[in-house]
Design a protein. Structure first.
Ligand SMILES: Cc1cc2nc3c(=O)[nH]c(=O)nc-3n(C[C@H](O)[C@H](O)[C@H](O)COP(=O)(O)O)c2cc1C
Length: 159
């Protein structure tokens, strides 16, 4: 059966997710953020997580080669950050939005629900994406707050 691309995208969008900012620092020392909802847990022992990165991204080389990065799960009041760092070719992080992480230096987004400081484990081919598997080295958990959700192409909140 030949799948229609738009219908497939719509069908996949029926899986509700949270929203993350994946942050890293370039070799030149520039902090970057990219919005992603492909984050998933993989393993508790060892502690592994994954996300997938579009192969045609302007920042593909930086993110697919980053030894350290952070996965920041956004809170319900951070939709503006999600939209901002999803803009094509516009991933430079505003200094007001983060503090440097202690483990590897990846930017920790202020007031995120949780931030995982990660080091790269493996990169796997995944069609028009690559699947980035990483080890969690440290985490910063905000005990309260509601998540930002993404469902059917729109931002949502918990009822
Ligand atoms: C809610 C949402 C989730 C996204 N999830 C991903 C993702 O998991 N992986 C990814 O590579 N891009 C994802 N994107 C797209 C990127 O945030 C961004 O729009 C895209 O990378 C822009 O192109 P550029 O990387 O060439 O600048 C998502 C965008 C939005 C709005």
């Amino acid at each position: 059966m030949e799948l229609d691309g738009r219908e497939l995208r719509n069908a996949l969008g029926r899986f509700a997710t949270g929203v993350c900012l994946i942050t890293t620092v370039t070799e030149e020392g520039e902090p970057l953020a990219l919005t992603a909802n492909s984050f998933s847990s993989v393993s508790l022992d060892p502690p592994l997580v994954l996300w997938s990165l579009q192969s045609n991204s302007d920042v593909f080389a930086v993110y697919s080669g980053a030894k350290n990065f952070a996965i920041n799960v956004l809170a319900g009041n951070q939709q503006e950050l999600s939209s901002r760092y999803a803009r094509k070719g516009d991933h430079l992080l505003d200094p007001e939005h983060f503090t440097p992480g202690e483990h590897g230096g990846a930017p920790i987004i202020n007031d995120a629900l949780v931030s995982f400081e990660c080091s790269l484990d493996t990169v796997h081919p995944g069609g028009d994406h690559v699947i980035i598997v990483a080890r969690v080295d440290a985490m910063h958990v905000r005990p309260e707050g509601e998540p930002l959700l993404f469902y059917s192409g729109a931002y949502r909140a918990l009822a």
